[in-house]
Design a protein around this ligand. Structure first.
Ligand SMILES: NC(=O)c1ccc[n+]([C@@H]2O[C@H](COP(=O)([O-])OP(=O)(O)OC[C@H]3O[C@@H](n4cnc5c(N)ncnc54)[C@H](O)[C@@H]3O)[C@@H](O)[C@H]2O)c1
Length: 285
């Protein structure tokens, strides 16, 4: 009996074949060059509300065949309203801090639709308090969701892309706080998690390009969601608008969607390892 290999992946998963030929992402000669998600099956983590839900809507509006929200919470009113407009927007209850749960969800998508073409690692959390007050469990919770959750979603879906022979696209939601502090409400650990998310995309893109898998990120500024309820209520909001210039408002989550659609589509076949900041200038300070 041969000795057990230390790098054998869990059963049923593709092992990266280093001798395999380089998989070019160049579209076929009859490609229409239209930016579209037609025929594509996309999974978005944390898409039951907020930015994820906005991305889901824009993916459906751009002809995605199926969009799946992998979210811990039950579908809410907004999720159900979008499902009424787009019945192919589906939800699978998933905890992205558990590899088992992620794997189960990805397998279910493939069982139901026969494929998976893109994954948006979007679920994340923050906590605003002075740097002096954070303790280890608070940091662990944030890193577990934002960094480990994104990493394992990418790893698990990349194995599936390879097993199915699909040239898939992975997009992660980073943040402008990966570049600079959030002056409106500082959170040192949050910025660190988002810098990690943005950074890991560079190396994942490099390592997985031979499989035809692209990995990019998007860094939103201020987007109107449950996470940013405090911003417009801050007594200094008006002053900041005057002093910093740019667009004096928060983004609607759907205003980010076009960038995700582009990165998920075959129109971005030569785009990998980049970050797209979307901050209306005001969210960039
Ligand atoms: N709102 C902003 O201004 C802003 C700016 C930059 C980056 N971001 C990032 O965008 C992403 C989405 O933020 P949002 O504002 O929409 O937040 P949100 O809190 O409105 O939504 C987050 C979603 O993630 C889900 N979720 C939480 N834990 C989960 C888990 N363990 N498994 C699966 N799903 C889980 C939640 O149930 C929720 O539906 C986050 O990564 C956030 O850090 C937000």
């Amino acid at each position: 009996m041969p000795p057990a290999s230390t790098d054998t992946p869990p059963s049923g998963e593709a092992k990266a074949d280093t001798s395999a030929p380089f998989q070019s992402t160049m579209p076929a000669s009859n490609f229409s060059w239209q930016i579209t998600l037609a025929e594509k099956v996309i999974a978005i983590t944390g898409a039951n509300r907020g930015i994820g839900l906005g991305i889901a809507e824009v993916c459906m509006a751009n002809s995605a065949k199926f969009v799946y929200s992998l979210d811990l919470m039950e579908p809410g009113e907004d999720t159900i309203a979008l499902q009424k407009c787009y019945p192919n927007f589906r939800c699978i209850q998933t905890d992205v801090t558990s590899e088992e749960s992620i794997e189960k969800a990805i397998n279910q998508i493939v069982e139901e639709t026969g494929r998976i073409d893109g994954l948006v690692a979007n679920a994340g959390m923050t906590k605003h308090q002075p740097a002096m007050n954070f303790d280890r469990p608070q940091l662990e919770q944030m890193f577990d969701l934002n960094v480990f959750g994104s990493y394992f979603c990418a790893q698990i879906v990349a194995r599936k892309f390879i097993a199915l022979g699909i040239k898939g696209s992975i997009v992660m939601t980073a943040s402008m706080t990966s570049y600079r502090p959030n002056r409106a409400a500082p959170s040192a650990p949050y910025g660190a998690t988002k810098a990690a998310v943005r950074n890991m995309c560079h190396t994942l893109a490099m390592e997985w390009s031979k499989h035809g898998i692209r990995v990019n990120s998007i860094s939103p500024g201020f987007v109107r969601t449950a996470m940013t309820y405090y911003i417009e209520n801050s007594p200094e909001w008006g002053n900041k608008m005057e002093n910093y210039g740019g667009m004096p408002r928060l983004a609607d989550p759907r205003e980010l969607g076009g960038a995700y659609v582009y990165l998920l589509s075959d129109g971005s076949s030569y785009t990998t390892g980049i970050d797209i900041p979307i901050a209306g200038v005001v969210g960039a300070w």
